[in-house]
Design a binder for this molecule. Structure first.
Ligand code: MRU
Length: 368
């Protein structure tokens, strides 16, 4: 992905081969700032404060957090403390546990080896695996978009394909390419006429600030809308397809994603609009089948609801309060869209039905 014409990933190793650099997403879209992670605490802070966010990127940052901890102390005790601290940094995205489990597996088979070197090699592999998965998701999803665009042209003689997305599941949420936005980029680069409706995604506005920014960097036509506008646009035939990412998808195809995703899926079903979810294998929680009952939902501080940040008239970033003094606020960060509302799951292996059978058909090694 390019920022002002320069290729970036969202996380990378610095020249010393040990310290890690990230894009500070809390400063976007008004400032592009990178931050160096030198310690385990830096990595935990980056995830917790959402300098890095998005399920796949959280996982990769945790993997590098383990590397930073082992760089100071290679012992099992040090690994276990790092594992616990990183796992507690955010509760919902399963990619975090998956990446830490992958690190544990690689390190436990590395007795007598240089554990720090093994840790860095494994973290780099996890990052490269994410890039490859997202690239493949882009190709599968772009094929699907091309089919929808053909149908639209035949039936209505109209372009472009209007795509609605929620939150940020673009390259900023992954190491590169994105999940939900990967098909957008691939299709756009192949010349498909498309336009993206970007849900602002209150309370943290990942859509308005991050998705809009990265689509703009790539030159993709888009329009930011208030979160509540999607249903109306669907009723009036102005959305051809919805696509979101996921923080955790159960073995039965239930999808946990940013709060508000469920309402979009309901509106999509009511209006006959296909609702796709794009995710890599690392987002599937094979241990859970009932998303509503079993997925831990992050609750964040009320201040994210009561206050909002943006660019002031003098060009500096300011924060203002939008609620009356003393009004309590609640901040539930994710919701679960039941599999029955999901048209298909776009993975690196292709498009699956949102069901246990559909997922096992794509991942037969997971059949019991
Ligand atoms: O709270 P966030 O910003 O980490 O939530 C991110 C999302 O909900 C994304 O849609 C999800 O992680 C999909 S990742 C490509």
């Amino acid at each position: 992905m390019n920022v002002d014409g320069k290729a970036y990933r969202t996380i990378w190793l610095r020249e010393d081969g040990r310290t890690v650099e990230i894009i500070d997403q809390t400063r976007l879209p008004h400032e592009f700032v990178t931050v160096v992670l030198r310690t385990l605490d830096d990595a935990v802070h980056a995830i917790r404060s959402m300098q890095v966010r998005g399920a796949p990127l959280i996982g990769v940052t945790a993997a590098y957090g383990v590397c930073l901890a082992l760089g100071v102390d290679e012992s099992d005790e040090s690994f276990n403390a790092a594992y616990d601290a990183l796992l507690a940094s955010r509760p919902t995205a399963i990619n975090l546990r998956w990446a830490l489990g992958t690190m544990r597996g690689a390190l436990s088979g590395a007795a007598g080896d240089d554990r720090v070197a093994v840790a860095y090699e494994t973290a780099a592999r996890i990052a490269d695996d994410d890039v490859a998965s997202c690239k493949a998701i882009g190709e599968h999803g772009a094929e699907l978009f091309a089919g929808l665009a053909r149908d639209k042209k035949e039936q209505k003689g109209a372009e472009p394909l209007n795509i609605l997305t929620h939150c940020n599941a673009g390259w900023l949420a992954t190491v590169d390419y994105g999940t939900a936005l990967a098909p957008v980029y691939t299709a756009f680069d192949a010349g498909l006429a498309l336009h993206v409706w970007v849900d602002e995604t209150r309370p943290r506005n990942q859509g308005a600030s991050l998705t809009a920014w990265e689509l703009g960097q790539h030159g993709v036509p888009h329009t930011v809308i208030a979160d509540n506008a999607g249903g109306h646009l669907m009723q009036h035939g102005r959305v051809d397809v919805c696509i979101t990412g996921s923080d955790r998808t159960t073995s039965a195809g239930d999808v946990c994603n940013k709060i508000g995703t469920y309402l979009k899926a309901l509106a999509a079903q009511d209006n006959g609009v296909p609702f796709y979810v794009a995710l890599p294998h690392s987002t599937i929680d094979w241990c859970l089948s009932d998303g509503i009952a079993d997925i831990p939902i992050e609750e964040r501080e009320a201040r994210e609801v009561t206050h909002i940040s943006g660019l002031g008239e003098d060009g500096s970033v300011i924060t203002v309060q939008v609620t009356p003094e003393g009004s309590p606020a609640a901040n539930v960060a994710f919701d679960v869209t039941p599999a029955r509302l999901v048209t298909g799951l776009i993975t690196e292996r292709g498009v699956a039905d949102a069901s246990a059978e559909g997922l096992v058909a794509l991942y037969p090694e997971r059949a019991e």
